[in-house]
Design a protein around this ligand. Structure first.
Ligand SMILES: N[C@@H](CCC(=O)N[C@@H](CS)C(=O)NCC(=O)O)C(=O)O
Length: 208
């Protein structure tokens, strides 16, 4: 059975949990990471040299990096509605996933780690302000894209990219002390995702 190492409240572990529930993939999970078992031990670092969660083991095959893990699992279990074989559609899915991993993650350092959790060094005021501005710009980009071609990230149907993007949108609506412009397509997307049981379990579940 698939073995997930990582705490269930981790943003990146939640992507894997959401996918597993979405496609009905059974798994066992062990709590590792902040507040649980340490990830800086030689045993864990042998599995994942970055010392981060999630780390996922599939029948002895060890994986790290949440986006690469969900792509592997979707492809392996032929979840073609979420991650089709068509290379051009795949490219668009992966582009949105990379956008989350790069542009959005950078802005979240200031907006979330600094602004909300007050974690040094991200809580430097200029960095928080810059992160909030960048995140707001990214959410406008997403809102405009959803408005033009939604209701999901890639159009009419839910796909693999909606998993990381959906987690980002949940965090956006959970951020405190942030002036959120009115982005109607984004709000509609948030409500649409909330119809999915797996999103209510791992995405919009009270955690930012
Ligand atoms: N790029 C990695 C990032 C993983 C990551 O940042 N994981 C965080 C949790 S969301 C972590 O391990 N934090 C340290 C901890 O929990 O001890 C991925 O997508 O898997």
């Amino acid at each position: 059975m698939l073995h997930i190492l990582g705490r269930a409240n981790s943003f990146n572990v939640r992507k894997v949990l959401w996918l597993c529930d979405e496609i009905g993939l059974p798994f066992k999970r062990e709590d590792y990471g902040r507040g649980f078992r340490p990830t800086n031990t030689p045993e864990f670092l042998k599995l994942n040299p970055t010392g981060q969660v999630p780390c996922v083991i599939d029948d002895g095959f060890v994986m790290r990096e949440s986006h690469a893990i969900v792509r592997y699992l979707a492809a392996k279990h032929a979840a073609t509605a979420l991650f089709p074989a068509d290379l051009q559609r795949r490219q668009h899915i992966e582009a949105w996933m990379d956008w989350v991993a790069y542009d959005v993650t950078h802005s979240m350092r200031g907006a979330f780690l600094g602004g909300q959790l007050q974690e040094p060094p991200w809580n430097n005021p200029w960095f928080v302000a810059q992160g909030r501005k960048d995140l707001t710009d990214q959410m406008k980009l997403l809102n405009d894209s959803l408005q033009a071609g939604g209701p999901y990230v890639l159009g009419a149907t839910f796909c693999l990219a909606d998993i990381p993007v959906g987690l980002v949108v949940n965090r956006w609506f959970s951020l405190k002390d942030l002036e959120r412009p009115d982005y109607p397509a984004l709000a509609a997307y948030y409500d649409l995702l909330t119809e999915r049981p797996a999103y209510r379990a791992h995405g919009r579940n009270g955690l930012p």
